[in-house]
Design a protein around this ligand. Structure first.
Ligand SMILES: [Zn+2]
Length: 341
C-alpha cells in the first residue's frame, strides 16, 4: 500500500474514532442525566408477581449521606401506560426513578400522583415534567404549596433554601416546584389499562394535601405519609392535624388493602401492622402531653416531663420530635378550648 494511502487510511480511522467519541459523549451525558448524578442506586421492589413496583428509601432526614433519598415512591405498569406515585426528593432521584421505569417498560408515563406536597416527595417531579408528558395529579390544596407564599404548609421557599444547602449538588438553583396539572377535592378515579387507581383525600392530617391511592383490582395501597414506619414523622407545620391523622389511619385499615406501601419505612401486607407505628407514636405524644395541657402547664416543662426513651434512638428523633410535641401541645390546647363551656 502506498504511504499516501496508508496516511489517508490512518487519518480516516482517526476521524472515525473522533466522530465515534463525539457520538458517544451525548449518550453518556444522557445516561448520567441532566441533573447531578447520584451514587446510591434506588432500591426497587415488587408487590408479588404484580407489575406494581416501589422504591424503598433510607429513613433518615434528607442530607448528603442519603443524597435526599428518604421517601418511598412507586409505579404501576399497565398495558396502556405507567402511573407513578410520588417523585422522590430531588430532580436527580426523579430522574433515577424514571430510568428504573425505562428498564422495565417503554410504555409512556401517563400520570404522576402525588401523596402530598412536601419537598421529600415532590422535587423529583421536575424530571417527569421535563422528560415525559405525564400529568401530575394531586389534592387541590397542593396548589397552596407555593414558592412565593411563606404561609402554606411547610413554607415552600424556606424549605427550598434549606434543601439547596443541605442537598447540594442534587438540589440547586435550577430546582423548582412543579405544580399539579389535575387536582381533586374528595375522590378521583383513574382507569388505565386493566387497573383502576382510586384516589381519596385523607387530609389535612400530616399535610394539607394528603391523599391515599388504592390500586384495583390488586388492593395495593400507596399510603403516603399517613403511614410512616420506623422513623419519627415530621409534624411541625401549621397544617398538621393529629386527630384527623388518627382517623386517616383507621381509613387505611378500613380499605382492607392486601399490601400497604408507606411514605417512609418498610411496607407490610398487614394494614394494622403498617399503621401501628404511626398510630402508637401520635397517641403516645397526645396522651403524654394531655395532663400538662389540662393543668395549664407551660410547654417546656411538659416536654421535659415526658419519657421519650422508646423513641429517642429512632431516625429523625433529634430533628422532628420536639417540634412535633410542640405542635401537638398547641392542637390539644385548641381542642381543650373548643371543649370548654
Ligand atoms: Zn415525607
Amino acid at each position: 500500500m502506498p504511504i499516501l494511502v496508508i496516511r489517508q487510511t490512518v487519518a480516516l480511522l482517526a476521524m472515525a474514532l473522533v466522530q465515534a467519541a463525539l457520538l458517544a459523549a451525548p449518550v453518556r451525558a444522557q445516561d448520567a442525566g441532566p441533573y447531578a448524578p447520584t451514587s446510591i442506586p434506588l432500591r426497587i421492589e415488587k408487590v408479588g408477581e404484580q407489575p406494581i413496583h416501589f422504591s424503598i428509601a433510607s429513613t433518615g432526614v434528607p442530607g448528603s449521606v442519603n443524597e435526599g433519598n428518604t421517601s418511598n415512591a412507586g409505579f404501576v405498569i399497565t398495558s396502556d401506560g405507567v402511573v407513578v406515585f410520588d417523585a422522590l426528593g430531588t430532580p436527580s432521584l426523579g430522574w433515577a426513578l424514571l430510568r428504573e421505569i425505562r428498564k422495565l417498560t417503554d410504555k409512556p408515563v401517563k400520570y404522576v400522583v402525588v401523596s402530598h406536597y412536601h419537598a421529600d416527595h415532590i422535587y423529583g417531579l421536575q424530571a417527569f415534567k421535563d422528560h415525559t408528558s405525564a400529568l401530575i395529579v394531586a389534592h387541590e390544596r397542593a396548589l397552596e404549596y407555593d414558592e412565593n407564599d411563606e404561609t402554606a404548609d411547610e413554607k415552600a421557599s424556606e424549605r427550598l433554601r434549606q434543601r439547596r444547602a443541605a442537598l447540594s449538588p442534587w438540589v440547586d438553583r435550577n430546582t423548582r416546584i412543579v405544580k399539579p396539572d389535575i387536582v381533586f377535592k374528595e375522590r378521583m378515579t383513574i382507569s388505565l389499562g386493566e387497573k383502576r387507581f382510586v384516589l381519596r383525600s385523607a387530609g389535612p392530617a400530616h399535610a394539607a394535601s394528603d391523599i391515599l391511592m388504592l390500586v384495583e383490582p390488586d388492593r395495593v395501597l400507596f399510603a403516603g405519609d399517613i403511614v410512616q414506619n420506623g422513623r419519627i414523622p415530621f409534624m411541625n407545620s401549621d397544617d398538621v392535624d393529629t386527630a384527623s391523622w388518627l382517623r386517616a389511619c383507621e381509613e387505611v385499615t378500613a380499605a382492607r388493602p392486601s399490601f400497604v406501601i408507606p411514605g417512609h419505612g418498610m411496607p407490610s401486607a398487614v394494614a394494622k401492622q403498617a399503621i401501628d407505628f404511626t398510630r402508637t407514636y401520635i397517641n403516645y405524644v397526645r396522651n403524654s402531653l394531655r395532663p400538662a395541657v389540662a393543668g395549664w402547664l407551660d410547654f417546656e416543662q411538659a416536654y421535659k416531663d415526658v419519657d421519650w426513651s422508646s423513641y429517642q434512638s429512632l431516625p429523625a428523633f433529634g430533628d422532628n420530635n420536639r417540634g412535633n410535641a410542640y405542635r401537638i401541645f398547641l392542637e390539644l390546647e385548641r381542642e381543650q378550648l373548643r371543649g370548654a363551656p
